[in-house]
Write a protein that binds this ligand. Structure first.
Ligand code: ZN
Ligand code: ZN
Length: 263
């Protein structure tokens, strides 16, 4: 499996992806908003884009579908529940479905509601797994829920699916928000040394050559995985004095999501 992360350089800071089979050169494009950059990269690599996957229905993820399909004739894949929100879906996906790319690549579909209620993430069947997580999980952050999502569902997705993936899983999100998200982590947990150090590096990062994090790193620097951290809880109590002595992880997640909305 070969992964190309494509930095759009747009105001929304989208990342697009191409995933290719090294044997056949067939490729899947994830959320190819910048269809010109995606097509140019595929051409440069000698790849043929045969499938397009939308992680969810938002325009900054689906906006490239039309021109991409016109240029390649690729099939469009998205969550089965997005049928009324994304035009022209050829294959509706549900949890556990496997998407094949060429001869060698298999991507498993995870049903990951929260940012929207018809959001999929893809998990590669490779020695070191890779997660293509759209707007569900970001580097050092979590998706918002104010355009068709639900915070409780987002918590369930984090707790019952994402947190249980192997620690070595590579994380490929739909946007470059890492520097801002690390500032939120440090606002919530000022003594997080690893987040502090990473922010120093990320402030200088070229998103066209972005660092790819792992789930192990996310669990250290992403507040939304640090729900039992004493310093996160202590600081949260300053904003929510009624917080119980030992708040459950769900309560902490929901309060953090609420704070992040107005941060
Ligand atoms: Zn979105
Ligand atoms: Zn987005």
């Amino acid at each position: 499996m070969i992964v190309e992360q494509i930095w759009t350089g747009n105001a929304y800071r989208n990342f697009n992806y191409l995933i290719a089979c090294p044997e056949t050169g067939e490729a899947l494009a994830i959320d190819p908003l910048d269809h010109k950059k995606c097509l140019a990269r595929a051409k440069d690599r000698g790849w043929t884009i045969t499938q397009i996957l939308n992680t969810h229905e938002h325009g900054d993820h689906t906006g490239g579908n039309g021109p991409m399909i016109d240029a390649t004739g690729a099939k469009l894949l998205a969550h089965a529940g997005a049928k009324n929100r994304i035009a022209g879906i050829d294959r509706g996906l549900k949890a556990g479905d496997v998407i094949k790319v060429g001869k060698t690549v298999e991507l498993e579909c995870l049903d990951t509601p929260g940012h929207t209620m018809s959001h999929v993430c893809l998990l590669s069947h490779t020695d070191q797994p890779a997660l293509f997580c759209g707007d569900t999980l970001f580097n050092a952050g979590a998706g918002n829920c104010h355009s068709g999502g639900h915070p409780v569902e987002l918590y369930n997705t984090f707790a019952t699916q994402l947190a249980k993936l192997p620690e070595a899983t590579l994380v490929y999100p739909g946007h470059d928000y890492i520097a801002n998200n690390l500032r939120f982590t440090l606002d919530r947990e000022p003594d997080n040394a690893r987040a502090k150090e990473l922010l120093r590096q990320m402030d200088k990062q070229d998103p066209a050559k972005a660092m790819v994090s792992t789930l192990e790193l996310e669990k250290e620097i992403n507040t939304f995985f640090r729900l039992m951290s004493p310093s996160v809880i202590k600081r949260l109590r300053e904003a929510f004095p009624d917080l119980p002595d030992k708040p459950d992880p769900k309560t902490v997640f929901l309060k953090l999501r609420e704070l992040r909305n107005s941060w």
